[in-house]
Write a new protein. Sequence first.
Length: 105
Amino acid sequence: MTKRRYPSLTKMLLQDLLRHKWVVLLSAVIIVNALSIVYISHLNRNLTAERDDLLSYRDQLDREWRHLVVEQNALTEHSRVERIAQEQLGMRDVEPEREVLVSWQ
């Protein structure tokens, strides 16, 4: 009886891979494509979350700015400024006979 030798498994696998190189190449491309889609989806979710945080911060700053504008309008109101000038600084309106005009020429 003659013993029959079979080629090694590694050699057979390499021969099959070389014979079907397009299938192997397309499989590798599909796997790389799938991983890139997962990675880009992850980046997109992170950017969306960051954008939402920034929009929330912008809204908070906008509310604060509106409150400051209202406060500024209240503080610069003419009657309030005039009252403070009269009460705290002792200022009063100029009488027409005491008024002096200075020429700039």
